[in-house]
Design a protein around this ligand. Sequence first.
Ligand SMILES: [Zn+2]
Length: 156
Amino acid sequence: MKLYKITKSNIDKKGRGLYATKNIKEGTRIIDYIGKIITKKQTEESQKFDNAKPIYLFNLNKKYDMDGDVSWNPARLINHSCSNNCDYNGTGLKLWVIAIKDIKKGEEITADYGFGYDEDYKQFPCKCRSKNCCGYIVRAESRWRINKKFSMGQKI
Ligand SMILES: [Zn+2]
């Protein structure tokens, strides 16, 4: 039995997400993240990765990336949350999604997309509704910068 099922998401109202089909213990490998392995050169030359839309590109090593935006990769449907219960992990050219806390049956499986802080962050609004949500999809280490920017804005 799979640990997840694909159904309509509570976070991405227009899209789908993955939901736990049973209680999952912290540290459990839930699903492999699969896709096309492409060279950095292919990434650079492809219009698909111009950063103008959410992408599913993973940096595997100096030479290769993985393009997870393929229909046979259900893990691409995992939504971002600012209080994510899973994280991406991997070795060599393999990637998977691992639980970083205990997940209850019926909870949505979420990850931190890890988008960097840059000028474009506002094109990726976050709707996860966690207490610590900063309103945009950015990696945890960058989040304080955005919160700080907002609080500075409020003072003016
Ligand atoms: Zn959020």
